[in-house]
Design a protein around this ligand. Structure first.
Ligand SMILES: Nc1ncnc2c1ncn2[C@@H]1O[C@H](COP(=O)(O)OP(=O)(O)O)[C@@H](O)[C@H]1O
Ligand SMILES: [Mg+2]
Length: 252
């Protein structure tokens, strides 16, 4: 599903160079809900940009759903983002002049495809995400949680095998955040989607089955939240926070 090998990326800032990714190796084979954690500036968003063809690595291999993302042309990358993957952002990125339904249909509109199949899929997703009675509302008339659910529906329009989310609950309160995490977990489990979420919240990561911890442009370790398969299952946020600190401490 997702494979990175020796991925490097630097940015020029004035006469300085920032080495944002330093030899990332990552392999995610099964569908499921995965987290990438790490402090601010550790390279999480840069990695997501490489995986979602929003930017190119300087070197290395990036493969997603059988596509060689590292070597895509601009037009291939555009089609890939519209039809092969879904992307969810912290700031929702909805079009303010469009209704919820039109926002969900946006990848279709941009591809010249407002076929019955696409419109039916959009309605199905709005229902599935509990937005059936919100479809004609513009974003300004929706709560933050509802706006992010519209963005999730938009990401799922073309039934992607892989969805990327960068701090999707950074602008949401606790109850809306929990709803988004549950929905992403449900989408991963019930529709066999690989969902990769960047987060700095241990509670968000507790919904995921595997947590990759980043520091200074590298993946310094991973946490399997099902490793203590007790009666309760999973791993609580406190344990995740401790384990993450441990992995980060070991790198300093
Ligand atoms: N477009 C850019 N231009 C210059 N520096 C960048 C750019 N994007 C990211 N960086 C730098 O790369 C490093 C990693 O950033 P980022 O991937 O955004 O981290 P995170 O998402 O973990 O907070 C930081 O030092 C950041 O300042
Ligand atoms: Mg970031």
């Amino acid at each position: 599903m997702i494979k990175c090998h020796d991925v490097n990326k630097s940015f020029k800032v004035g006469d300085r160079s920032v080495h944002a990714l330093r030899g990332i190796d990552l392999s995610i084979v099964d569908p499921g809900f995965y987290a990438i954690m790490g402090r601010s500036g550790s390279g999480k968003s840069t990695l997501l940009h490489m995986l979602s063809a929003m930017d190119r690595p300087d070197s290395g291999v990036v493969e997603v759903s059988g596509h060689s993302v590292h070597s895509m042309s601009e037009s291939e990358a555009t089609m890939f983002r519209r039809k092969e993957i879904g992307v969810i952002f912290q700031a929702f990125n909805l079009i303010p002049t469009m209704t919820a339904a039109e926002n969900v249909q946006l990848p279709g509109l941009l591809s010249g495809d407002l076929s019955k199949k696409t419109l039916d899929r959009s309605n199905e997703l709005l229902e599935m995400l509990g937005l059936g009675d919100r479809s004609t509302h513009r974003p300004e008339a929706l709560s933050g949680g509802e706006q992010q659910r519209v963005a999730i529906a938009r990401a799922l329009l073309y039934k992607p095998r892989v969805v990327f989310a960068d701090e999707p609950t950074g602008n949401l309160d606790t109850s809306a955040s929990k709803m988004v995490w549950s929905l992403l977990k449900e989408v991963a489990a019930e529709q066999s989607v690989t969902v990769v979420m960047v987060t700095h919240e241990p509670e968000a990561a507790s919904y995921c089955e595997q947590i990759y911890v980043m520091a200074d442009g590298k993946i310094v370790g991973n946490i399997d939240t099902n490793e203590n398969e007790g009666a309760e299952g999973g791993m609580d946020a406190g344990t995740i926070a401790t384990r993450t600190q441990h992995l980060l401490g070991a790198t300093q």
